[in-house]
Design a protein around this ligand. Structure first.
Ligand SMILES: Cc1cc2nc3c(=O)[nH]c(=O)nc-3n(C[C@H](O)[C@H](O)[C@H](O)COP(=O)(O)OP(=O)(O)OC[C@H]3O[C@@H](n4cnc5c(N)ncnc54)[C@H](O)[C@@H]3O)c2cc1C
Length: 378
């Protein structure tokens, strides 16, 4: 049976990020195996995160950022600017290509195109069972496999579809991204459009809804088509990129604990912010921390963010479950009454308790009290 220092079950964003930091560390010569049924496929994704400067892993030729943003609804448009932070965008193709280039120059990294069927923990190592009777072993296994069965039942999901469209005439305000745009006053579920303008002739238009029920990709894409028809009836568009996804919105994802040799990472480990779905920045912080602990010969400490952030997420998710229409006012309120950088640091879970008390005390209280009175772990 083949033995490795580290095996990754799943080779998506979290695993590739960790491999990147391993290759930048004194552990660069470790014997590593990446196992994924889609090992040779680059998923269609765009990743955004906010930070003062681009993250180390962000390839320098693929940096796009905005310093201004809008919230837009039928009756009003609100404009905001970051002071120190920037909102960065990275395409999965650029991310995967740059990391695979690095991986391919290291002969100690192997790949296997197979699903991982099971993990079996032994005394000081784990067995990783794959298809066709293949079993391999390692002292450390990082597990980022994720499927719908890993989500707790009745969990709210963020469902979205996005198109990058190109047009011949200038239509978009390339200086400002639209974080949320609401085009109707009432909708059964919380829904919004998200627009990233790359130039005045090209933008990502994304439709997002929070729902407990599955919604087909066709329905999500029809919403984008309707949006384009309504907003720009005279324009011709070509679609140059498409993405769609489902992100669990629950504080209970990631309650799978690490064992002696098997560690969940990525969405599986609960690194997705339950109330927003953002994960990329957290993946970078956590994989870097784990590599640093490995380098120091320490045991890997569990992911343990301050509990109060889960509490805030549960309050918001409770509102999303029970009174989704209140969310529009809540988001507008949050942006209007909080300085933009501080709000985004709060969403990144980087604020102090005192800052959070100040942020939350400025918001309309009735909906919070209603949510607190029927508080549930979501
Ligand atoms: C379309 C899309 C856009 C997103 N945009 C953003 C964004 O802008 N900002 C942000 O912060 N977050 C975003 N996210 C959320 C999050 O950053 C991504 O989902 C990210 O890819 C999560 O990384 P991961 O490693 O946990 O999962 P993945 O990247 O999905 O990797 C999991 C891997 O496990 C593999 N796998 C599954 N089952 C098995 C198995 N049985 N055996 C072996 N391998 C298996 C899969 O093939 C996959 O490669 C987005 C998510 C999606 C879907």
């Amino acid at each position: 049976m083949k033995e490795y220092d580290i095996i990754f079950a799943g080779a998506g964003c979290a695993s590739l990020s960790m491999v990147y930091y391993l290759l930048e560390s004194p552990l660069r010569h470790s014997k590593i195996l990446l196992i994924d049924p889609d090992i040779n496929r680059i998923p269609s994704k765009t990743w955004c995160y906010w930070s003062e400067s681009p993250l180390e892993i962000h390839p320098s030729h693929a940096i796009h950022f905005w310093e201004n943003l809008k919230l837009s609804s039928v009756d009003q448009q609100q404009h905001y600017s970051f002071s120190k932070l920037k909102y960065f965008h990275l395409e999965s193709t650029d991310f995967y290509e740059s990391i695979w280039k690095k991986i391919n120059s290291h002969h100690t990294i192997e790949t296997l195109a197979s699903p991982v069927i099971g993990l079996e923990e032994k005394e000081n190592y784990s067995l990783v069972h794959c298809q066709k009777g293949v079993t391999v072993q390692a002292k450390t296994v990082f597990d980022s496999r994720i499927s719908d069965q890993d989500f707790p039942p009745n969990v709210l999901k963020q469902l979205f579809a996005g198109w990058v469209v190109k047009t011949e005439s200038p239509l978009f305000d390339s200086k400002s991204l639209t974080l949320m745009e609401w085009n109707q006053t009432f909708a059964e579920d919380f829904e919004f459009f998200y627009i990233l303008p790359f130039s005045d002739q090209s933008a990502l238009i994304e439709y997002t809804t929070y729902s407990k029920k599955p919604i087909s990709k066709d329905i999500l894409e029809n919403k984008i088509q309707d949006y384009l028809d309504q907003k720009f009836p005279a324009a011709n568009f070509s679609i140059t990129f498409q993405e769609s996804g489902v992100i669990p919105m629950s504080t209970q994802v990631g309650e799978i604990k690490s064992s002696k040799t098997i560690y969940p990472i990525g969405t599986r480990a609960g690194w997705t912010k339950a109330s927003t779905g953002y994960t990329f920045h957290k993946i970078q912080l956590e994989t870097k921390r784990i590599v640093s602990e490995l380098v120091q010969g320490k045991s890997i400490s569990p992911y343990n963010p301050p509990k109060r952030f889960k509490f805030y997420d549960n309050i918001l998710l409770n509102i999303a479950h029970k009174w989704p229409n209140e969310l529009v006012l809540l988001f507008k309120d949050l942006f209007q009454k909080t300085q933009t950088d501080q709000l985004f640091r709060f969403l990144n879970e980087e604020t102090s308790l005192w800052e959070e008390i100040r942020i939350l005390s400025r918001l309309r209280f009735a909906i919070f009290i209603k949510s607190l009175l029927s508080y549930e772990k979501r």
